[in-house]
Write a new protein. Structure first.
Length: 95
């Protein structure tokens, strides 16, 4: 079965992120202590360099706000914010 898209038009890729529960890098922060932080940074770097990815949707529970203060999360995860800003510079849409 052939594609319904005209030639030269491809499908873009969308990433949906949910339930990361990013905390404050304390012992109670499972996102950090499980080494998911490093893996997530590598994943975002991969997406940044792949031109087929056009959109990133943050669906919910990105932060662990019921347990941590926003100011502390912002302060502790500077490397994450830097990568997200680089993603934005590549014209990827972050929703």
């Amino acid at each position: 079965m052939g594609s319904c898209l005209p030639r030269g038009i491809g499908m873009s890729k969308t990433i949906i992120l949910s339930d990361l529960h990013i905390g404050d890098m304390s012992d109670a922060d499972d996102f950090y202590t499980s080494e998911n932080f490093e893996k997530f940074i590598l994943f975002l770097e991969y997406i940044k360099d792949d031109e087929e990815f056009e959109k990133i949707i943050i669906a919910g529970d990105f932060f662990k706000l019921w347990q941590c203060k926003v100011e502390k999360i912002l302060q502790m995860y500077v490397d994450l914010w830097k990568v997200l800003l680089k993603l934005k510079e590549t014209k990827k849409e972050i929703i």
